[in-house]
Design a protein around this ligand. Sequence first.
Ligand SMILES: Nc1ncnc2c1ncn2[C@@H]1O[C@H](COP(=O)(O)OP(=O)(O)OP(=O)(O)O)[C@@H](O)[C@H]1O
Ligand SMILES: [Mg+2]
Length: 377
Amino acid sequence: MLHQSDMLQGVANFPKTFLVYYIIFFMPDKEKAIQTIASVIGMDSFRDVSIQNGNKVVFNLLLDDPQNTDKKTQIIKELETKLKAAGFKELDVYTTQKAGGHKPLGGLQGRGELAPKAPVPGIKNIIAINSGKGGVGKSTCSVNIAIALKQLGYKVGVLDADITGPNVHLMLGITEKPHVTEDRKVMSLEAYGVRLISMGTLVDENKPTIWRGPMLDGVIKQFLRDVEWGELDYLVIDLPPGTSDAQLTICQNVPLSGTVIVTTPQDVALLDAKKGLTMFQNMKVPVIGIIENMSFFSCPHCNERSEIFSHGGGRKAAESLGVNFLGEIPIELKVRSGGDEGKPITVVDPEHVISKAFLKIAGAIVESCSKNLSEVN
Ligand SMILES: Nc1ncnc2c1ncn2[C@@H]1O[C@H](COP(=O)(O)OP(=O)(O)OP(=O)(O)O)[C@@H](O)[C@H]1O
Ligand SMILES: [Mg+2]
């Protein structure tokens, strides 16, 4: 019998172009459309993608000069060809002017104009924790990286951008609800010296949050700009899995200092991690590096090491993609129980080898941010 991992191994031997088509073919429709559009015009030049009747792609094309009809026609033609090749039948594009671009005569601004990625007052560095695949340990890493940054002496906050499946508040042991200040800002909460905002602290945990793309977009922007964060050196954003609405909103609206990719070592997770990485690279967001989580398991009784999800794929992927490898986090009972009980390993056992690994990762993040800053200046 041919296993999925064998299939993927086979695919890994394909030439690069085949691999790109393979990845696109198996994506959900909206992600497929987003990636296809981005491959033609880059991530910064469109927004509000939706799929209608299963095969019609509708989106807002942002142009420097919407009155340049030749350019517009050429782009739309290329988009049509690529989207048809990706399996879509129709394309409906409305164009608006990109912020900072050439203003149309008469001064009319189109709807949906992109606001520039304005700095968030009081927040020095914003880091997105990302993966393509779900369940690989993004939230666990976000929480422990935030605490490790705090242990290095920085002022830190975590924004849980997983609006429909929030859990960072539980991992930090926070059950209270935030209060609203007189100037109608939501006060961020605090645990272990780390500030937090999560949808999980605002809604009834037993009711599912069923929100559509534009609504998610609005909440994430509000979390960033309408929450009282105080002064922060680092805001860690824990992203939901995938390369869709939340990732686009963050990339298009947040002045990110960098992203950290979390993956487990096996091929299926690595393919998704690469997809996430490409999206952030296309948006010119610095990739700080890759973490291999659930890297191996050492039996606490006999010390025998088992590589449950394989091993070393994160390091190899980092090398082949030319980004930093930030470290391996093994499977460890204290990490899982710490997440469930709201007592992160970095707090309850700071001398543990995993806590030390998170400190090292935090150090690499600080180094990357200060390097990027000095390059800008
Ligand atoms: N190194 C580890 N050792 C043991 N358990 C771990 C480890 N990393 C994560 N876990 C556990 O795996 C589960 C999934 O982790 P987590 O919620 O952090 O993943 P995620 O990538 O944020 O998931 P989602 O995509 O759903 O947001 C949690 O129960 C967490 O405690
Ligand atoms: Mg998560």
